[in-house]
Design a binder for this molecule. Structure first.
Ligand code: ZN
Length: 191
């Protein structure tokens, strides 16, 4: 299992977790920024993070791993590879989370739901609903980054590789703006 320090190092080394002076999508400023997709471009880092989740659920008799597109696809694939089970994914069609492409969940199958980042947990809840619709049993939820700082609960066994709460400020009270030494940079597409 990874310690928080080891997890932070993987996210930082891969460029997923950056320190600086950032403008978030909300317009608020922060001193850290997480773009989880950055870590998933490196199979060797992805393998390390996925091992934490695979080890957490190794004794839970998982039959299939499922994640929501896009962020959950690679996580599901690598966790499933390490557990020796199939990986499938849900996707949105006209706003609704569905299983397509002939993917199936058999009634009674034990399903591990994974995702790259949870903030409010909305997408994971939608995937859980899909699993329930097929009669599957959600055996757990595993995420790489829990940005709710542990506040989101799915009512099943759950694990996050990294639990964090990125602090942010209104521009008027941003300590870095007040120091006036760093320009605010807006990275990526998601805050
Ligand atoms: Zn600022």
């Amino acid at each position: 299992m990874l310690s928080k320090e080891e997890a932070v190092k993987v996210f930082t080394d891969s460029g997923a977790l950056m320190e600086g002076h950032f403008v978030l999508t909300s317009g608020r400023h922060s001193d850290r920024y997480m773009q989880c997709a950055q870590v998933l471009q490196y199979p060797e880092y992805t393998e390390i993070l996925a091992r934490h989740l695979a080890d957490t659920f190794r004794d839970d008799h998982i039959d299939v791993v499922i994640g929501p597109a896009m962020g959950g696809i690679i996580v599901a694939y690598e966790v499933a590879r390490q557990l020796g089970v199939p990986a499938i994914f849900t996707e949105r069609m006209e706003g609704e989370m569905v299983l397509r492409r002939g993917f199936m969940i058999e009634p009674g199958e034990r399903v591990l739901v994974v995702e790259d980042v949870v903030t409010t947990g909305g997408s994971v809840c939608e995937v859980i609903k899909v699993v329930n619709t097929f009669g599957g049993k959600v055996a757990g939820v595993g995420v790489l980054v829990d940005r709710s700082n542990g506040k989101v609960s799915f009512g099943v066994k759950q694990e996050a590789v990294l639990t964090m709460d990125i602090e942010s400020w209104e521009v008027s009270s941003c300590p870095m703006c007040q120091e006036g030494k760093l320009p605010a940079v807006k990275p990526g597409s998601r805050g």
